[in-house]
Design a protein around this ligand. Structure first.
Ligand SMILES: Nc1ncnc2c1ncn2[C@@H]1O[C@H](COP(=O)(O)OP(=O)(O)O)[C@@H](O)[C@H]1O
Ligand SMILES: [Mg+2]
Length: 260
């Protein structure tokens, strides 16, 4: 028997993330309505849909950030490797399910180096910080650009570099899932291309859920796409199928630019 070829059952038997009948509200606003879907390990799921359709709220439910908003609540289940995320400590959960936001949220008073390890310090992780700084900045293709000025302020970096620094910071705590909410929409085309290349690399190792309003971007980087409209999951399938042979009329209208 060739042991090296056998894959652990957990890797193939179930999606990395399973969302079951998820509803989310802000007070009376019903932002996410009865959404169920799975995300395979080491794949990229793109979430598309017009502004206000619940994309951000949905991803913020996946690492329990939604519940941090006053008046916000949710119902339904989110399973990470089969385990209910509502049954685990949210701080621990957010280490496993990292998040990158639209605007690079570097800590402006901190150096580049301190930004990378900020999450590790917060979680009181004992580790070789220098090695992690080099590893994550290399992973995000920033190392050569910043290795000689790790003690400089992070705000001296360009927007695209700051966003890659935020991704390095998210990777430093060794997450399994990365949530990205329009991570390139504040960036110029060259910086955007670098982020897309990076996502392509990262998916070898991580499970990625990315919100994008850019359909070409979804086509370039994702394996599967989910189309949301007014809080509802209208269609979910392979990116190829959803964009070339959508099953639902609403999806077709959206991907062909008839509304949105
Ligand atoms: N903090 C908030 N308080 C109240 N309503 C909110 C809040 N954030 C979002 N919403 C509402 O929830 C709905 C979904 O918003 P959101 O998830 O941000 O959509 P998207 O990311 O697709 O643009 C919208 O109707 C929006 O107005
Ligand atoms: Mg949003």
């Amino acid at each position: 028997m060739n042991v090296a070829l056998s894959t652990p059952v957990a890797d193939t038997a179930r999606p990395k993330l399973e969302v079951q009948k998820l509803d989310a509200w802000f007070g009376n606003v019903h932002a996410v309505k009865d959404i169920s879907l799975g995300v395979d390990a080491r794949s990229v799921l793109a979430i598309i849909g017009p502004s206000g359709c619940g994309k951000s709220t949905f991803v913020r439910c996946l690492n329990r950030m939604h519940e941090l908003t006053p008046g916000a609540r949710s119902e339904g289940r989110v399973l990470l490797d089969g385990e209910d995320v509502y049954a685990v400590d949210p701080v621990y959960l957010r280490r496993r399910v990292g998040m990158v936001f639209q605007r690079p949220n570097v800590f402006p008073t901190m150096s580049i180096r301190d930004n990378v390890v900020a999450g590790l310090r917060l979680n009181r992780v004992r580790a070789d910080y220098e090695a992690i700084v080099e590893r994550t900045l290399t992973q995000t293709a920033l190392w050569d650009e910043v290795k000689d000025r790790l003690d400089a302020s992070a705000i001296a970096l360009s927007g695209g570099q700051q966003q890659r620094l935020c991704i390095a910071r998210a990777l430093a705590v060794e997450p399994e899932v990365l949530l990205m909410d329009e991570p390139a929409s504040a960036l110029d085309p060259i910086a955007t291309a670098k982020i897309e290349e990076l996502i392509d690399e990262l998916k070898q190792q991580y499970t990625i859920v990315i919100v994008t309003h850019n359909m070409q971007q979804a086509i370039r980087i994702s394996d599967k796409t989910a189309f949301f409209y007014m809080g509802v999951l209208i269609e979910h399938g392979t990116t190829q199928q959803l964009f070339t042979r959508p099953e639902r009329r609403e999806t077709e209208d959206y991907v062909t630019g008839k509304f949105g």
